[in-house]
Design a protein around this ligand. Structure first.
Ligand code: AP5
Ligand code: MG
Length: 209
């Protein structure tokens, strides 16, 4: 099964994709994680990407599409995957369509106020990509990843003014992608205002539709 998971920054895409990916035994491909990995590598390209991400704006379509298509070509993707963070523009959606037939587009709906709270408390592990929250998903030891023991970080783009910019870009560039997939009859929308576990139950139901 090939699933796209969409929703505003902080709607819980990464959190839910991690759970659903275990259920379905398929990998999650997060373009945000691919980009942050490139930043961590310290390459020249990584430095350019860091400047763009920390302003809350989008990486050029051509570059991100190339990275994504290369990733889905890997052997671990042969039984399907969950795309988290791609496509984010109509151009990206059209390029994806030219190469891959997506089965379902899962849209997580959350209001802006909830988003600000979720993102301001987020802590991330750059080593294994696990995402925590200071209230709703605490690590066993504060500031340390449960899985690999690395220190948890606050993402550069989780500052309030950058979150607002990301939300603006989401409305302008990414919401039209949802309409694009609605016309193709692929969208299932889930109201994700509850806790993580409750939302997972709703998503599991929605995927059976
Ligand atoms: P990306 O990493 O994709 O960021 P995003 O879309 O802004 O989404 P987030 O990762 O911030 O939120 P999420 O929905 O995954 O929420 P999470 O599960 O972490 O992209 C970052 C940047 O990379 C972009 O701005 C852009 O520059 C670039 N980029 C990426 N893809 C691109 C593309 N295709 N084209 C161009 N540029 C691209 O949850 C958030 C927090 O809330 C966590 O702490 C979590 O524990 C907590 N939480 C989750 N659910 C709940 C709940 N139900 N109750 C309470 N807490 C919860
Ligand atoms: Mg994420």
């Amino acid at each position: 099964m090939k699933i796209v998971i969409m929703g505003a920054p902080g709607s819980g895409k990464g959190t839910q994709a991690e759970i659903i990916s275990k259920d379905l035994e398929i990998p999650t491909i997060s373009t945000g994680s691919i980009l942050r990995y490139e930043v961590e590598s310290g390459s020249k390209l990584g430095q350019k990407i860091k400047d763009t991400i920390s302003q809350g704006i989008l990486i050029p379509d051509e570059l991100i599409t190339e990275l994504l298509l290369k990733r889905v070509d890997s052997p671990d993707c042969k039984n399907g995957y969950i795309l988290d963070g791609f496509p984010r523009t109509i151009n990206q959606a059209k390029s994806l369509d030219e190469n891959i037939d997506i089965d379902k587009v899962l849209v997580l709906e959350v209001e802006d106020q909830v988003i600000l709270n979720r993102l301001s408390g987020r802590r991330s592990c750059t080593n294994c990509n696990i995402v925590y929250h200071v209230q709703s998903k605490k690590p066993q030891v504060e500031g340390v990843c449960d899985i690999c023991g690395e220190p948890l970080i606050i993402r550069d783009d989780d500052k309030e003014e950058i979150i607002k910019k990301r939300l603006e870009i989401y409305r302008e560039s990414t919401k039209p992608v949802i309409d694009y997939y609605k016309q193709k009859g692929k969208v299932v929308t889930v109201d994700c205002v509850d806790g993580i576990e409750e939302n997972t139950k709703l998503i599991r139901k929605a995927l059976l539709k």
